[in-house]
Design a protein around this ligand. Structure first.
Ligand code: GRF
Length: 192
């Protein structure tokens, strides 16, 4: 059932582990007049994550959990439910969520991944695409299920690989596209 009905906004939590540039773009998106989301919480497994600065800048509640075991995950679920969170966006979140965590938010967790899935699940996607002499790489937003980077694809954007691309130059160009793709994916996912 579509989460988005009429003009109501959905409370979401964004999970991060690092820089948080996708988080920043989602915050900007959430501030648009017609945005369907309110970012109510930022969650991280890493108290040193640079992206946590956006919680302070934009006055969004932040919480850090180690996600090391079921107990830690249970605390996260408790916090999410307490804050009335109905949808979760993983944005550079480097922990694998357990089957039971995912069950609690079935069909309500999405992730952004820097490759054209199903190609190159997991890490080092830029290196793999360059090494295989692919013409294109890109990014994908997909629903999260219990298999890594394997849930239903919501949307994708292709990015051309140039002759002299290094993993770093390619990553930079893909990231620019990620910042546009993620908001569009949220709109689509919420209306499915
Ligand atoms: C992005 O490339 C995303 O696709 C991947 O991790 C990176 C996170 O970047 N999952 P940022 O923290 O949003 O800047």
């Amino acid at each position: 059932m579509a989460l988005l009905t009429g003009s109501n906004r959905i409370n979401i939590a964004v999970f991060i582990s690092g820089t948080g540039s996708n988080l920043n773009s989602l915050i900007k998106f959430s501030k648009l007049k017609k945005s369907p989301i309110i970012i109510k919480m930022i969650i991280s497994n890493n108290y040193k994550a640079k992206g946590l600065q956006f919680a302070n800048i934009y006055k969004i509640k932040k919480k850090v959990f180690d996600f090391k075991n079921t107990l830690s995950e249970k605390k996260v679920i408790y916090e999410l439910k307490k804050n009335d969170i109905h949808f979760i966006c993983l944005a550079g979140f480097m922990k694998i969520l357990s089957r039971s965590f995912i069950k609690n938010f079935k069909g309500k967790i999405i992730n952004i991944h820097p490759s054209l899935l199903p190609k190159y699940k997991g890490l080092n996607t830029y290196e793999k695409a360059i090494k295989n002499k692919d013409k294109y790489s890109g990014c994908t937003v997909h629903f999260v299920n219990s298999k890594l980077d394997s849930g239903k694809i919501i949307n994708q954007k292709k990015v051309k690989i140039n002759k002299f691309d290094t993993p770093e130059t390619l990553a930079k160009r893909i990231l620019i596209q990620e910042h546009k793709l993620y908001p569009a994916a949220i709109i689509k996912a919420l209306s499915l």
